[in-house]
Design a protein around this ligand. Structure first.
Ligand SMILES: *Cc1c(COP(=O)(O)O)cnc(C)c1O
Length: 505
């Protein structure tokens, strides 16, 4: 045993290792498969609509294999498994939720990032990668008109990006050292957060996870356009102050997840200044549209926020995952998260200061998600993004017009690249008592069939109790023909479902 053991270690070839020539061959084959996959996306169904048990059965229930499998076969089969049984948000007719088509250069960027595998938690572990992230943050700030000396970092997505802004706001405005003393502070004051009823659920998670409790959220009602009513905001702040609470944060949304509406951000900024509160803008979806010269003033006013959350995996078309937080005052961001333990000494290299990303956010080891974002920005520049974002918005507007014109469709809203509408059968043009209940039931069933059918993919929204279909175009592969096809598909399914429901009555 002893002698052979020595031998084994000196010319070690680990089971996971793949020799250069084999790697080259496997890589080329995989790239060929991916290129074919991308080229055939438009002809594929958006999704196969297979059941969970069907999908599970594809993998089988065998225990963890004792022995390995040949890498070549494994990769080929896995690629086909994914191509044949996935939902493709890169499909030109995918308009569900807010996930984008992945930029091809980002696909390759993730490959390259994983190959070099820098740990972007510290500069000396990732010299060029840390600088690429720094430049990416600066370019994103430039795109939305934010100060270039802001702090910021990339995180996993919009939720995380919002959490980081939330925590920076709590650090800056709680009035006591929450990090050390905890939530209640010396005077046992209750921290209060203000957000409109249209705010994404990240705010519930943040209030819960960071110990405030969801009851600390003051839900401010919206006006008829679903924008935060700032008179009510002010009244609520006054009232809480009177009761001895400690307001610290107002969240304004730049492009709501449901209908793409932007809160009156300029007014919210004024109120935050007046009461010395942190203004956090949730621009996970909409912030990047602020790069357009003709962006609405309220969207552009997101630059007045103390912190902004935005999602490169939405309107920069980066492959998942990539979120981004920008904080006006870089020092606040660092002070929020920086605990320098004796075993890390990272922020100076050769006498020069460096950026040490683990000090700016919750993560310690960090992947190189900046690369895919940076490559996209360099590949097409500001003008390329302006064109794609603006085309998405124009196509959504076109969809609104088509729905508005159609006798059997009712158009509801168009904001940014989100359009909402519903199917209304001819016979129900005139209202009767149970009309709304029936239309909700009908459109719910239409959506289920649409999503399972694979011809196109949209989601839904509730607008004043009405169930509507919702198309969100964050998709550089969508063209006018794709958009024109949607009303026809909805009407065909709508007539069928309506007939079935009527027959069952
Ligand atoms: C998408 C979105 C989020 C959540 O972002 P994830 O990237 O899914 O974590 C939060 N707020 C808004 C307004 C969004 O559109």
């Amino acid at each position: 045993m002893d002698g052979s053991k020595e031998e084994t270690y000196s010319d070690r070839f680990a089971p996971l290792e793949i020799e250069a020539d084999v790697f080259r061959e496997l890589g080329h084959e995989l790239v060929d498969q991916v290129a074919d996959f991308l080229a055939t996306l438009p002809e594929r169904p958006v999704t196969t609509g297979e059941s969970p048990s069907k999908i599970r059965s594809l993998l089988g229930e065998s225990p963890l294999p004792q022995q390995g499998t040949d890498a070549k076969t494994l990769l080929k089969e896995t690629a086909n498994l994914l191509f044949d049984h996935s939902l493709f948000n890169g499909h030109p007719k995918y308009w569900g939720y807010i996930s984008s088509s992945a930029a091809p250069i980002g696909i390759l960027g993730d490959f390259l990032a994983a190959a070099v595998n820098p740990n972007v938690g510290a500069w000396n572990l990732s010299p060029v990668a840390s600088e690429i992230e720094r430049q990416t943050i600066k370019w994103i700030a430039e795109m939305v008109g934010y100060p270039l000396d802001c702090g910021g970092l990339l995180v996993s997505g919009g939720n995380m990006a919002n959490f980081v802004g939330f925590l920076a706001g709590r650090y800056a405005k709680a009035g006591w050292d929450v990090g050390a003393i905890g939530q209640l502070g010396p005077e046992a004051k209750r921290l209060r957060v203000y957000a409109s009823a249209e705010t994404h659920t990240w705010i519930n998670k943040a209030a819960d996870m960071f110990g405030l409790g969801t009851d600390s959220i003051r839900w401010i009602q919206t006006d008829a356009d679903l924008r935060m009513d700032t008179d009510l905001l002010k009244a609520q702040i006054e009232n809480d102050l009177k009761n001895g609470d400690k307001p610290f944060l107002v969240v304004g949304t730049a492009g709501s997840v449901s209908t793409g509406v932007t809160d009156p951000l300029a007014e919210i900024a004024n109120i935050c200044r007046e009461y010395d509160l942190w203004f956090h803008a949730d621009g996970a979806y909409g912030a990047l549209a602020a790069c357009l010269p003709d962006a609405e003033p309220d969207l552009k006013a997101l630059t007045e926020a103390d912190s902004i959350a935005l999602d490169p995996h939405k309107w920069l078309y980066a492959p998942l995952e990539a979120g981004c937080t920008l904080v006006r005052d870089s020092k606040i961001l660092r002070d929020t998260f920086n605990y320098q333990p004796p075993y890390y000494k990272f922020d100076e290299v050769g006498g020069e200061p460096t950026i040490v990303y683990n000090e700016y956010g919750p993560q310690n080891s960090r992947g190189f998600r900046a690369l895919k974002v940076w490559l996209g920005l360099k590949q097409v520049g500001r003008s390329g993004y302006e064109r794609m974002i603006s085309d998405d918005i124009k196509l959504a507007e076109k969809l609104y017009q088509l729905a508005d014109k159609h006798g059997e469709l009712e158009a509801f809203s168009h904001n940014l690249s989100i359009t909402t509408f519903r199917y209304v059968p001819e016979a129900l043009k005139q209202g009767h008592e149970e009309r709304e209940t029936y239309l909700n039931q009908l459109n719910t069933e239409i959506l289920t069939r649409l999503q399972e059918g694979g011809e196109a993919f949209v989601s839904n929204a509730m607008i004043a109790g009405k169930y509507v279909l919702r198309a969100c175009i964050v998709n550089f592969r969508t063209n006018l023909k794709d958009i024109e096809a949607l009303p026809e598909i909805v009407i065909r399914i709508g007539r069928k479902v309506d007939a079935e429901l009527q027959a069952n009555h």
